[in-house]
Design a protein around this ligand. Structure first.
Ligand code: PEP
Ligand code: MG
Length: 897
């Protein structure tokens, strides 16, 4: 952590965009823009490594102070001014900037270098503009107090409100120099009262303290929460950018704005942004005042507008992607304060990637890299059905798409509370700030009265895939209700918000399926030009399909599910769980089987089940004609098919009490008691059942094979694969295999049907003896649910609710291992089994059928291990196809963005 002689400070002219880890995103991109010759104020970046050292030791690393001194001296000579100089001061901003963007999470201090003397120098510099100088000074004390010294922010904002009220002013701009000078005095008193010392007058001291506060803000509670949500590693630290101040609040020919080179919400081509005249720094991002659309800057300041457009085109060409930009105009001179490859909605990601391919800017591989399965999953969410003619309440800016319905709440804690009680809520706020994060996570959607597409609410909601509508018209919010155009909505009332159109409706509006799902279903053609999103998805999915090595199958037990999955692109069934075929009206037959007292009774029960099972398989094989269908022999313990012990015991006791006939229930109760297991998941299930209950597996194998032969007779092309669950030793598989082979041989005869026999690998011992097991298996399918359960010793039915939250909080794992494969542990078992199995039998077919088969991260792992296919629920099939394509793209990203 921090080496002697290490370089901790980089001038903007020394860095570049490839140094994000070291300089943070903001610093690396400021350096890149400087190299491109764009108008960037001079400055330097203190590295993330300096922050790491500070956080580890509580002190700045050796040499940092000297490096900062010499960079500051260089900055001063470049600007021809000295930091905080009384007559002509240089002022700097001190901004955080981590490798991953964490909007609004960390700290910024502007106007560092102002004090009781240099405030006069600043006024002189600004052509005698005293108002501006005192306003800048009060902003410094306010930001410095809040950020560096933990002075409660409301004390400053209340004092500001009081000053405005005293003046009868509605806007800060109505306060004059004398008002602001008085406010500075007031702010200094607030500062001294809260900190026990005066506001520091030494500019270098201000700089050092501000920089250390930015370092510490890495560990602020909201930043920690955001990182956990976004899965950003906790130990990266933030860089600190020290930049010469330029001022957007010097009068009507100044201002500040945010812009996107394409629409980050829809992906439509064109320039988007917000501009705020005569304002400084964070006013736009914070959504505090209402902005004007960027277009209007054209009439205010044509020269700056044209220059901005030229720069935006240059940046897009350079980064080959949507860029978002912060800029300031100081008295008609444009300055670039930040750029980065912009965040965007899922739909915009697909559209922009496809557009850039169309524009010849990126390859299809690159387009595939720039979208994700998680984004595709978002696009498969339903939307509101407006045919239901809902009552429109208001309209805002569609800031993050989706259709969210829930009860209105007005505070983050209330959102968290109701969500914990299982309610769906919409968090309604005037504007959000980082303190609202927990509530935003808990809510289905977020509705704000102020701010635009670039406000805190919008940026954070888009990042987490929450539906969000911002800046809703005429929305007046009180503590427990809001009113809009004379209508009142109370806390607890249900509303619906559409994050795509910005519409807000009263009550729960019915929802309709997404266009993307309709496209997958085949009811919406990709050629329909008015649906550019579908066209983009089609192009990128086609490329994924052409690129991927992994086949994608589905887990389906019914013909309907199988048919749907096939429309979604499934290339077979990787897991048909046959136990579902033992439920419903067949329960009685299963009971007869379980209770059979003699071999004769048992074979009667099995004979009655046989035609029913066969009919199931006929339907399934028909739906998957020409494709492989893996049928797993029965897995769960048989008592799962019997009534519960408690229920039966009560029935029997009551009947006995009443003197009623209870012989049948008593017999069942005995059976249930006999079969009761303390740990059924580790008990009599899977292959063990097949070896203990004569004829059970044989009946299923016969049903499977007869169904296949019947369809082959009709001219179809069935490919049955029989899968034995829970095998731990090759002997188990050998015995079942022998029995299966006899039946298969007898039924298949000369029908031409080929039946494979394989096993699940879901017990750790099976993975570790895979070389032996492969001798008796045509294929392996990894049952990663059980493999995770048994590998960790976690009961999957119990632990997620019981204590996983704590494990996640403690960082023992970043995500539940039942959701995403644990690469090091369970993944290692898979690697071993794949390698050892293939060493013995090179043609061994390998797949996975646990839930992980549809998880984007896990799909990449299965590709790496060299599996042949993944199998997942029908709805996740497109996600798996896309991620399998992404996993297969070779080579590095051609541009370190
Ligand atoms: C598994 O264990 O991963 C599996 C697919 O089987 P089940 O979930 O039915 O136990
Ligand atoms: Mg299993």
């Amino acid at each position: 952590m921090g080496n002697a002689g290490e370089k901790y400070v980089y001038d903007f002219s020394e860095g570049h965009k490839g140094l994000k880890e070291l300089l943070g995103g903001k610093g690396a991109n400021l350096a890149e823009m400087t190299r491109m010759g764009l108008p960037v104020p001079a400055g330097f970046t203190v590295t993330t490594r300096a922050c790491q050292a500070y956080l580890a030791t509580g002190d700045n690393p050796a040499g940092l102070a000297e490096e900062i001194d010499s960079h500051l001296a260089a900055l001063e000579s470049a600007m021809g001014r000295r930091l905080g100089d009384a007559s002509d001061p240089l002022l700097v901003s001190v901004r955080s900037g981590a490798a991953f963007s964490m909007p609004g999470m960390m700290e910024t201090v502007l106007n560092v270098g102002l004090n009781d003397e240099s405030v006069a120098g600043l006024a002189a510099q600004a052509g005698g503009n005293e108002r501006f100088a005192w306003d800048s000074y009060r902003r410094l004390i306010q930001m410095f107090g809040k950020t560096v010294c933990d002075v409660p922010g409301e004390e400053f904002s209340n004092a500001l409100e009081e000053a405005k009220t005293a003046r009868g002013a509605t806007d800060d701009l109505h306060l004059d120099a004398a008002d602001l000078q008085a406010l500075v005095d007031r702010f200094k008193r607030i500062f001294a009262k809260n900190t026990g010392h005066d506001f520091p007058q030494d500019p270098k001291e201000q700089l050092r303290l501000a920089m250390e506060a930015v370092f510490r803000s890495w560990n602020a509670e909201r930043a920690v929460l955001y990182r956990r949500q976004e899965r950003i590693p906790a130990d990266l630290g933030t860089a600190v950018n020290v930049v010469a101040m330029v001022f957007g609040n010097l009068g009507p020919d100044s201002g500040t704005g945010v812009a996107f080179t394409r629409d980050p919400a829809s992906g439509a081509q064109g320039i988007y942004g917000d501009y705020l005249q005569n304002a400084q720094g964070e006013d736009v991002v914070a959504g505090i005042r209402n902005t004007i659309p960027l277009d209007e800057l054209r009439t205010l300041d044509r020269r700056s507008y044209d220059e901005l457009l030229t720069i935006m085109a240059k940046l897009e060409g350079h980064y080959r992607d949507l860029c978002d930009i912060e800029f300031t105009i100081e008295r008609g001179k444009l300055w670039m304060l930040q750029t980065r490859v912009g965040k965007r909605t899922a739909g915009a990601a697909f559209r922009i990637a496809a557009q850039l391919v169309g524009e010849g800017m990126i390859s299809l591989d690159e387009a595939l890299r720039r979208v994700s399965g998680a984004q595709l999953a978002q696009l498969m969410f339903p939307r509101f059905d407006l045919a239901a003619d809902p009552v429109a309440l208001t309209k805002g800016i569609g800031a993050s798409p989706g259709a969210a319905v829930g009860k209105v709440v007005f505070s983050a804690p209330r959102a968290v509370e109701l969500a914990a009680a299982g309610e769906q809520v919409i968090l309604v706020r005037r504007e959000t700030n980082p303190e609202d994060l927990a509530g935003m996570i808990a809510a289905q959607g977020i509705l704000t009265a102020r701010g635009g597409k670039t406000s805190h609410a919008a940026v954070v909601a888009r990042g987490m895939g929450r539906t969000c509508v911002c800046g809703a018209d005429q929305l007046e919010i009180a503590a427990d209700r809001f009113t809009v155009a004379g209508r009142t909505v109370n806390e607890g009332d249900v509303i619906s918000i559409d994050g795509t159109t910005g519409c807000v409706y009263l009550d729960a509006v019915p929802v309709r399926p997404s266009e993307v799902v309709q496209y997958f279903e085949g009811t919406l053609s990709s050629a329909e030009a008015e649906v550019p999103l579908v066209d983009a998805v089609h192009k990128i999915m086609s490329h994924a399909d052409a690129t991927r090595d992994l086949a994608v199958r589905t887990n389906a037990d019914t013909a309907d599910d199988a048919a749907r999955a096939r429309r979604f692109g499934a290339e077979g069934i990787g897991l048909c769980r046959t136990e579902h075929m033992f439920l419903g009206d067949r329960r009685e037959l299963v009971e007869r089987l379980i209770l059979a007292a003699t071999p004769g009774e048992r074979s009667d029960a099995l004979a009655a089940l046989l035609p029913l099972q066969r009919a199931d398989f006929v339907d399934l094989f028909r739906a998957m004609d020409g494709l492989p269908v893996t049928v797993r022999l029965i897995d769960p313990p048989l008592h799962e098919f019997l009534p519960s012990l408690e229920e039966l015991a009560v029935n029997v006791a009551v009947a006995r009490e009443r003197g009623e006939d209870h012989a049948e229930d008593a017999e069942l109760l005995d059976a249930v008691r006999r079969m009761h297991e303390q740990n059924p998941m580790l008990g009599l299930r899977g292959v063990r059942l097949g070896l203990v209950i004569p004829g059970l597996f044989a009946m299923q194998v016969r049903a499977i094979t007869e169904a296949a032969v019947q369809l082959a007779g009709e001219g179809l092309d069935p490919h049955p694969e029989i899968m034995v669950p829970l095998v731990g030793a090759v002997q188990e598989l050998e015995m079942v295999r022998q029995e299966c082979e006899q039946i298969v041989a007898e039924v298949v005869a000369d029908s031409g049907v080929n039946v494979l026999i394989g096993t699940m690998i879901e017990v750790p011992r099976a993975a570790l003896t895979a070389g032996q097991i492969a001798e008796a298996a045509d294929f392996f399918s990894f049952g990663t649910n059980d493999l995770t359960q048994m590998g960790w010793g976690f009961s999957r039915d119990d632990v997620e609710g019981a204590f996983f939250w704590r494990y996640l909080e403690l960082g023992i794992f970043g995500i539940s291992p039942f959701e995403s494969i644990d690469r090091e542990g369970v993944g290692r078992l898979i690697r071993i089994a794949a390698e050892e199995g293939r060493a013995v039998r090179p043609e061994l077919k390998l797949g996975v059928c646990g839930e992980h088969g549809g998880d984007p991260e896990s799909v990449h792992f299965f590709h790496e291990v060299g599996l042949d296919y993944v199998s997942c629920s029908p709805f996740r099939v497109p996600v798996a196809r896309l991620e399998a394509g992404r996993a297969a793209i070779t080579g590095e990203d051609s541009d370190s963005r």
